[in-house]
Design a protein around this ligand. Structure first.
Ligand code: HEC
Length: 123
């Protein structure tokens, strides 16, 4: 019983360090700063920006049915926690020539929250 309890605590600690963001706060960031241009659910509309369903683990610029910039297609990015945060911190710095007209999320805490939320909401 003691061993079992210890294992649970270790499990929680690992999860907390891997995901420092808060998904509920991340949802607010998304609603305020991304939602005007992006949908997240499976089969969601391509609007100004591409639908982001399944984006983690995918190569940039390969979502079907959206006309990406050449810069995005040739960026060679695969979306993970780090590339997602880097791109949304400074879209034009990370992908010069991207047609995502967005200044970037400058607060690290907001970025962490956003990435945690996106990971859940795009699955
Ligand atoms: C003004 C509209 C607009 C806003 C606001 C915007 N985006 Fe985008 N986004 C785009 C467009 C357009 C593209 C396509 C970029 C290209 O092809 O260069 C894009 C591309 C992306 C991609 C790459 C998708 C792929 O499949 O490769 C991600 C990820 C992304 N946006 C996330 C976000 C997040 C997160 C936010 C909010 C912090 C955000 N965007 C805000 C318009 C927007």
């Amino acid at each position: 019983m003691k061993i079992w309890a210890g294992a649970v605590i270790v499990g929680f600690a690992t999860q907390a360090s891997a995901q420092s963001g808060d998904a509920a706060k991340g949802q607010r960031v998304f609603n305020q700063q991304c939602r005007a241009c992006h949908t997240l659910e499976k089969g969601g509309a391509q609007t100004t920006g591409p639908n982001l369903h399944g984006v983690f683990g995918r190569k940039a610029g390969t979502a079907e049915g959206f006309a990406f910039s050449e810069a995005m297609v040739k960026s060679g990015i695969v979306w993970d926690d780090k590339t997602m945060a880097d791109y949304n911190r400074d879209p034009k710095g990370k992908v010069p020539g991207t047609k995502m007209v967005f200044n970037g999320v400058k607060q690290q805490g907001q970025l962490d929250d956003l990435v945690v939320y996106l990971k859940q909401a795009t699955q």
